[in-house]
Design a protein around this ligand. Structure first.
Ligand SMILES: [Zn+2]
Ligand SMILES: [Zn+2]
Length: 1009
């Protein structure tokens, strides 16, 4: 038995009022030999799951609690004794959070009584009501409050909390509190209001407090605690502070012994889905699947029935039938509303998900493994991830809120954490470092920079400590948690920054660890773009192209992808993809699945990409490390490309069950799983040995699995995405105007800027019409076969201004500038931008003249009744270069010629080649090229190489920059928009790169860009 354990302890989940992670505190408690520790963060259970995990690791019993803030600003320490107490604490915190502005909490003290069961309350720090009354010499109030709390919680469950931090008034207060306790018939107990594990934590604690209050250490004054006594102290250290009341220390142990509550683990009770005829959920799910069968299979083969039964069995055993029904209902709602959406991720491994319309992929046709989604061995409940068109995702989220009620529906939270850059700024400010110094940002943390000044080394040290600390709360992008009872029965909720949004106090990892299931409702802009394109096609052709009916077998679509004419196409448009596609030459749907899986960190780091391509082209034999690997790896020519193959390899080589294989896959993907990895490696080698596989072979294969890691797509995920690759490519091939319009109206998305998309559209023969006062709509639109830029592209013109313009236009076209200004009353700078965008070119006046006219207008926003004082003046029109430049600055793109065409005569005279001339030069030739920099990449896997893409009027030019070359001309590569590059042509099939050997800026010819 321990003499003392800490019952009042804050972690960094008190958000800027606690300087250690829960894990650090638990580790220190274990060092002190304590069998238990309480965590009492301010108005939160944010850290509860991590605290519980750490406690399990160190063999401690965790006591859950919180320090609650009351509406009158006073504090109260609450500890969970048994189950109802957890529920009540969650409810109290939820209500306190909903009662106060974001980031704060306020619980009305008078509402405590119904929530008292199962809780043990301590009277709190000096901010507790009783201590505060005693300090204010209001003994009557203190007595009154003590009796009041005694009545609420019962004499056994309310304790006077004694704290001694070596401050002048501490001893006197303790005497008073003990006297009061005896008078009222209450116990008393010592705590230390811990804010850091060891004394040295004070420095960081003080800095955090300064960050919270936006002040500096030198100015923080009373905001900081006066000394460093607020750490985990042993009984031996505390005993001298309570000479008259040694029992106050051992009382902690009486309380701790009573707190036997364990964190609930496992699936939350889901809402009961209303099922007709009183069927059990499992029965109803089977019925729905069987009803759907004929729609998906004309003549279902036996294995379909077998797989269906197998899946339904596992789903039922896991108690997840209801969960599938809820997701099915959500998808059905979206479909009825015409909201485009589809499942992604591991759910596509499930035939049930396919039959319910949740996933677009038939797992049997693509040989997908159900156990990757859900297996008997796996402890974790699978999330179902759903993509919806981004512009309508909110409707889906609102549907869930309405269907299951705001009390039972919330989103996972995220913790916005300190990262180096933000830490430097915040910590530096708290330390009072000058702004000029802080402007150097995270460079201050680099060891190579020598700042001998001491504050910098302190800054460095504190930033390292604070890295990864939670700072405030955000909303997880789409993770919805639903429960069949109010969520606050299971975990606290609080309002999010976004109006009408509620988040739970646990993030994705905590939810998963605690066994709660969520549904990820994600927004995908490509789905919005495809949806819009489909509607444009329908408007133009009078018939919907019915993209969902496409059969993935159009040679023209594959030919387009194979020549890397994929700019704007989902997932296969990047520079890396365009380098790979002409070698891969996709011919069927499975090839698309391969294409998007190849360009991933896993296959790239595992050196899978080139072997795969060589084998596919017949340049290298397909071999296997062992014949047993052939079934798993045959479809990918002997290399590992998909996450699922990890499971198959482990099964075939080492006899792993699907569940064990999934454990292995997860361990490969996580950085923390080293211990698990050793165990799995032993199991793998033992299993392989049992199959008579030589140890060297087994070790080699395991090494390959490790190199492959977790940074790869599941085949199911890639397959779901490949559907969108095909649909978007099909649109580009057959309905380019609709395709580009859809893309332009759903930015930002994808790899390329709108300017590059517009350039690509022009190169595909589409006319891009400028913004026009009479013809443009809010968004880009289609006129005949041309794309008309929308007002949305005019920088600074928002919804309000556009609507005002459109409303004014209803009364008829604008006659002239004065008419326009009078009727729209738009701010002068916006009118100026419309002029520069070419929106008023229809009056056939040079833009410069219009600008001059605008300057002459007596412009007072509201009063504009004017006849124009048009003096005839003649200004030179803008040069083509000036036009381009101003259009770019206003629209971010230009409807006119590509800038390089202005230089072409000069460039040709210099022997500088255009993009169209490169493929005929021959490998190894020295060439000079020029263009506008549209992409600059330096991926971490490229070892210092930079990849720059130049655009000219006819296409793109890929330039490779060696590390030294980059370093020498860093400023040019980084800052100059127009470059002339000399280098060696590298040609491999249809893929052409220029390996740069020198570079200069293209400037000053006709304009300053
Ligand atoms: Zn307090
Ligand atoms: Zn406290």
């Amino acid at each position: 038995m321990s003499d003392y354990v800490e019952l009042h302890c804050h972690s960094n989940f008190s958000l800027l009022d606690g300087a250690d992670q829960p894990e650090t505190l638990v580790a220190r408690a274990a060092e002190l030999g304590w069998p238990t520790l309480a965590l009492t963060d301010h108005d939160a259970l944010y850290g509860a799951v991590r605290f519980a995990q750490a406690a399990r690791l160190y063999g401690l019993h965790p006591i859950f609690g919180a320090e609650i803030t009351l509406t009158n600003g006073h504090h109260l320490t609450l500890l969970v004794e048994r189950e109802p107490g957890w529920r009540n604490l969650c409810r109290i915190i939820s209500q306190a959070r909903h009662n106060a502005p974001k980031g704060q909490a306020a619980f009305p003290a008078e509402e405590l009584p119904p929530y008292a069961a199962g809780l043990i309350a301590l009277s709190g720090c000096k901010q507790g009501e009783i201590a505060a009354a005693l300090l204010a010499k209001d003994d009557a109030l203190a007595l009154n409050k003590a009796q009041h709390y005694r009545a609420i919680f019962g004499p056994e469950n309310f304790w006077l909390e004694l704290q001694h931090h070596l401050l002048p008034a501490d001893s006197a207060l303790i005497h008073q509190q003990v006297a009061l306790a005896k008078q009222v018939g209450l116990g008393y107990v010592a705590t230390n209001n811990v804010h850091y594990a060891t004394r040295s934590g004070q420095r960081l604690q003080d800095v955090l407090v300064c960050i919270r209050h936006l002040t500096r250490l030198t100015e923080a004054g009373d905001l900081l605690r006066p000394n460093s006594e607020y750490y985990l102290k042993s009984a031996r250290q505390l005993k001298p502070l309570f000479p008259d009341y040694p029992e106050a220390l051992s009382h902690t142990w009486h309380i701790a012994e009573r707190c036997q509550f364990e964190l609930p683990d496992g699936l939350q009770p889901l809402p009961r889905f209303p099922i007709p005829n009183g069927l059990a959920p499992g029965r109803y799910l089977r019925q729905l699947c069987e009803q759907a069968l004929p729609r998906y299979y004309a003549d279902p083969p036996d294995r379909v029935g077998e797989q269906l039964s197998h899946e339904l069995n596992i789903i039922n055993r896991a108690g997840l039938a209801n969960y599938f029904l809820i997701v099915w209902d959500l998808v059905r709602f979206a479909r009825e509303q015409g909201i485009r959406g589809q499942g992604r991720g591991s759910a596509a491994n499930s035939l049930v998900a396919y039959l319910l319309g949740i996933s677009p992929i038939d797992p049997l046709a693509h040989d997908l493994v159900f156990e990757r989604f859900l297996s008997a061995e796996r402890q974790v409940v699978p999330d179902i991830d759903l993509d919806f068109q981004a512009d309508r995702r909110e409707e889906v989220i609102q549907y869930l809120y309405h269907r299951y009620g705001p009390d039972q529906t919330a989103m996972a939270c995220t913790f916005v954490t300190f990262r180096q850059r933000s830490a430097v700024r915040d910590v530096g400010r708290a330390l009072g470092l000058p702004l000029e110094t802080l402007a150097q940002g995270s460079r201050l943390l680099e060891d190579t920079v020598d700042y001998s000044a001491d504050p910098i080394s302190r800054l460095r040290e504190l930033c390292a400590q604070i890295d990864g600390f939670p700072r405030h709360l955000g909303i997880h992008n789409g993770g919805m948690v639903i429960m069949g009872r109010p969520l606050a029965d299971r975990l606290p909720t609080e309002p999010a920054t976004m109006p009408d949004r509620v988040v739970v106090q646990w993030d994705k990892e905590a939810l998963e660890a605690a066994g709660l299931v969520k549904i990820d409702v994600l927004g995908l802009r490509m789905l919005s773009a495809i949806d819009e394109a489909e509607r444009w096609v329908e408007a133009q052709c009078g018939q919907s192209p019915a993209l969902s009916q496409l059969t993935f077998d159009d040679p023209a679509v594959y030919a387009m992808i194979a020549r890397a004419d994929t700019l704007g196409v989902f997932q296969v448009e990047s520079r890396a993809q365009s380098q790979m596609l002409p070698r891969l030459k996709p011919r069927c749907f499975a090839d698309l699945v391969v294409a998007i899986s190849l360009i991933r960190p896993g296959p790239i780091q595992g050196n899978m990409v080139h072997p795969y391509l060589r084998r596919r082209l017949g340049q290298e034999a397909v071999t296997y490390a062992h014949p047993l690997l052939e079934p798993a790896l045959a479809e990918t020519l002997g290399v590992i490309l998909f996450q699922e193959q990890v499971l198959k390899v482990a099964r075939d080589l080492a006899g792993f069950t699907a569940g064990q294989g999934e454990l292995l896959r997860r361990a490969l993907g996580s950085k923390r799983g080293e211990q698990a990895m050793v165990k799995l490696r032993d199991d793998f080698l033992a299993g392989a040995a049992a199959n008579n596989i030589p140890t060297e072979v087994a070790e080699t294969v395991f090494g390959q699995l490790q190199a492959f890691g977790g940074y790869s797509f599941a085949k199911s995920h890639a397959a779901a995405f490949a559907v969108l690759v095909y649909q978007s490519a099909w649109l580009k091939q057959y309905h380019p105007a609709a395709f580009y319009t859809g893309l332009l109206n759903n930015q930002p998305m994808g790899f390329w800027s709108p300017a590059v998309l517009v350039g690509d559209a022009k190169r595909h023969g589409l006319a891009i019409l400028p913004v026009d006062l009479d013809s443009s709509q809010t968004n880009c639109s289609i006129e005949g076969q041309a794309i008309r830029l929308g007002f949305n592209y005019v920088n600074g013109l928002g919804e309000v201004q556009i609507n005002r313009l459109l409303a004014a236009r209803q009364a008829g076209g604008f006659k002239n500038l004065a008419d326009f200004c009078r009727r729209t009353k738009l701010a002068r700078r916006l009118v100026e931008r419309l002029i520069l965008a070419g929106a008023m070119d229809r009056w056939q006046l040079p833009r410069r003249t219009l600008l001059w006219q605008l300057g002459q207008l007596p412009y007072q926003a509201e009063e504009l009744d004017l006849t124009f004082p048009i003096d005839e003046i003649h200004l030179p029109p803008l040069s083509p270069a000036e036009r381009l430049q101003t259009e770019h600055s206003v629209l971010g793109l230009s409807s006119g010629e590509q800038v390089m065409s202005l230089y072409r005569t000069w460039l040709s005279g210099q022997g500088i080649l255009g993009s169209w001339e490169l493929s005929s030069q021959g490998d190894g030739q020295r060439v000079r090229v020029a263009g506008l920099v549209v992409v600059h990449q330096a991926p971490p896997t490229a070892k210092g190489f930079h990849f720059v893409t130049l655009e000219d009027e006819a296409g793109l030019i890929d330039v490779i920059v060696r590390p030294q070359m980059y370093a020498r001309y860093r400023l040019l590569w980084r800052d100059e928009p127009l470059l002339i590059v000399e280098g060696q042509l590298q040609q491999e099939g249809e893929v052409v790169n220029v390996l740069a050997s020198s570079v200069i800026a293209l400037r000053g010819l006709e304009m300053s860009w």
